[in-house]
Design a protein around this ligand. Structure first.
Ligand SMILES: Cc1cc2nc3c(=O)[nH]c(=O)nc-3n(C[C@H](O)[C@H](O)[C@H](O)COP(=O)(O)O)c2cc1C
Length: 218
């Protein structure tokens, strides 16, 4: 019987097909390139191109990470995500706003790594994001206990059913704990895999008043 190691070794990695990309013609602003790459992913119809891993650190400096969805990219280049303030990541973001975001678009052999600082949007902006969510997502968020131990499933189901009923009568109901966050990047790396393993890496770093970019060894 093959071991897990054997099975993993037999798996191909970086199997996607990368679109043409010329780093020497890259734009000055990583936001423009990110929009291009995300646009290619959206047009390609790949599954969940907006799924992104958000890495934070806890109060002891230990990293934590989970998948979220990207809500938007602002005109001035901040990446928007949203979550409940009561969650583990919500507490971590409030205590330490230094974060990383990682995208991987498998069929395109492309990944984007972002390092930046998160800042909470206004209550009105967070409320607008909450209102745009689907009723099931709103109902569980209104229960407001994300990341707390689930000890009573019947209570959870009762609360969610109650919240769904409340939302039917009051679709504008908002969880005050729901927070839209904007991640302002100071480094953005575009990575594109190559079958030769001469992968392409283009890293942008923000200086005081402009973005600089350079290629990196893979
Ligand atoms: C594809 C995908 C999208 C998700 N989107 C969100 C999201 O936008 N906001 C959120 O709070 N959790 C989202 N989750 C759930 C998180 O991954 C995580 O389980 C939850 O937020 C609790 O994380 P925490 O305990 O680190 O706070 C998503 C999970 C997946 C797999």
């Amino acid at each position: 019987m093959s071991t897990l190691r054997d099975r993993l070794r037999a798996e191909a990695s970086i199997v996607g097909e990368a679109p043409p990309f010329d780093p020497s013609a890259a734009p000055d602003d990583p936001q423009q390139l990110f929009r291009e790459w995300l646009g290619v992913a959206l047009d390609a119809g790949i599954a969940e191109p907006h799924a992104v891993t958000l890495s934070t650190v806890d109060e002891d400096g230990r990293p934590d990470a989970r998948v979220l969805v990207l809500k938007d990219v602002t005109d001035d280049g901040a990446f928007e995500i949203a979550t409940g303030s009561e969650s583990a990541k919500g507490a971590q973001l409030h205590a330490n706003p230094n974060v990383a975001l990682t995208f991987y678009w498998t069929p395109l052999a492309r990944s984007v790594r972002i390092r930046g600082v998160a800042a909470a949007a206004s209550a009105a902006e967070s409320a607008a994001d909450f209102r745009a969510r689907n009723p099931a997502a709103k109902a569980i968020a209104l229960a407001g206990r994300q990341s707390a131990p689930l000890t009573d499933i019947a209570e959870r189901d009762r609360l969610v059913a109650e919240n769904l009923a409340t939302l039917e009568g009051d679709p504008g109901r908002v969880s005050p704990a729901w927070t839209l966050w904007r991640v302002r990047p100071f480094a953005v790396e575009f990575w594109q895999g190559a079958p030769t393993r001469n992968h392409l890496r283009l890293r942008y770093e923000r200086t005081v008043d402009e973005w600089r970019h350079e290629e990196l060894w893979a």
